[in-house]
Design a protein around this ligand. Structure first.
Ligand SMILES: C[S@@+](CC[C@H](N)C(=O)[O-])C[C@H]1O[C@@H](n2cnc3c(N)ncnc32)[C@H](O)[C@@H]1O
Ligand SMILES: [Zn+2]
Length: 292
């Protein structure tokens, strides 16, 4: 994400963008629940968590929930509760040691990042063997996509045109690429030796009269939609089949982003400053957000 993209994000009023779309969050939460298989996990990392639209749904499935986002102003909006931890950094360079997360989720982020392949590599590094990676993204080629192009006059430069009131607000975007093919995500995952276990699609609940239908219908249909090209937004769930046995999970998750040495960080700090004992790199807590 370059600086102009970051400005694009800061311009967005997430609260307004999501107003009246609780049905979309309900459908996405239902799909995530089903992809996680009703299990309880140790650590979940949400990458690109924004202002925590999904936080309350995700903390139910784990002991510890980690929200990561490049923009710390967004993370500050997530309420501090026990078991919630916030990290502001670029997802290409995270301060985590190898194989520490049971689940990593990245919802509505892939389309906005500079280098999806490098990001997937980093997420694979910090995912436990046997862990689950869930990615969602908008793709081309769906019936809904065609509807957006023709009826909503969406173009690559006007990605927010899905709702006419947004069209006025953000006219142009600097995002390098927005829509890509499902096959592109297949390819960058298989380059990392990661293979899709389940696919479920959503997004129809955001259109016309479909908004009025109960979310449960779309959750039920999501696996069928995942195998077709009807809905515009897809979740891929990937199981990390590797069996690396030399990961020592001694409970310490962190490493210095500069020298990569393991470091201990007190996760309950609010405003605090410390240094990496190996290289002296400064690590800060600002309003409960770790700036590694
Ligand atoms: C469209 S928002 C989605 C927010 C949230 N996942 C949701 O579904 O409501 C994309 C988020 O990804 C974050 N983001 C984009 N590029 C990033 C990067 N390189 N590293 C970390 N976060 C990034 C943005 O700051 C933003 O909060
Ligand atoms: Zn260091």
């Amino acid at each position: 994400m370059n600086n102009s993209d970051e400005n694009d994000f800061l311009k967005l009023d997430f609260d307004r963008l999501w107003k009246g779309r609780e049905n979309v969050t309900a459908v996405e939460s239902g799909i995530i629940k089903s992809l996680l298989g009703n299990r309880h996990f140790g650590r979940i990392l949400e990458v690109g968590a924004g202002n925590g639209r999904l936080t309350n749904n995700l903390i139910k499935y784990c002991d510890n929930y980690y929200a990561l986002d490049k923009i710390s102003n967004f993370l500050e909006k997530i309420n501090i509760k026990s078991g919630i931890f916030k990290v502001a950094c670029d997802l290409e360079f995270t301060p985590f040691r190898d194989g520490v997360f049971d689940v990593i989720l990245m919802v509505r982020v892939l389309n906005f990042i500079e280098n999806p392949a490098i990001s997937i590599k980093e997420l694979h590094r910090i995912l436990k063997p046997g862990g689950i990676l869930i990615l969602s993204f908008y793709h081309t080629g769906s019936i809904a996509d065609l509807f957006d192009i023709i009826i909503n006059q969406r173009t690559e430069k006007n990605i927010w045109a899905r709702r006419s009131r947004d069209k006025k607000r953000v006219k142009r975007s600097n995002f390098r690429e927005f829509f890509f093919k499902k096959s592109y995500i297949h390819r960058i995952l298989s380059d990392e030796n990661l293979f899709i276990n389940k696919a479920a699609s959503s997004g129809l609940e955001d259109y016309l009269f479909l908004k009025k239908l109960p979310p449960a219908i779309f959750i039920k249909l999501s696996y069928f939609l995942g195998r077709s090209l009807i809905a515009p937004h897809t979740f891929f769930s990937v199981l990390n089949k590797e069996s690396i046995s030399d990961i020592d999970d001694d409970g310490n998750l962190f490493r210095c982003i500069k020298c990569k040495q393991s470091i201990e960080i007190n996760q309950s700090e609010f405003n605090y400053e410390t240094k990496c004992p190996s290289c002296g790199h400064k690590i800060i807590f600002n309003n409960g957000v770790l700036l590694p």
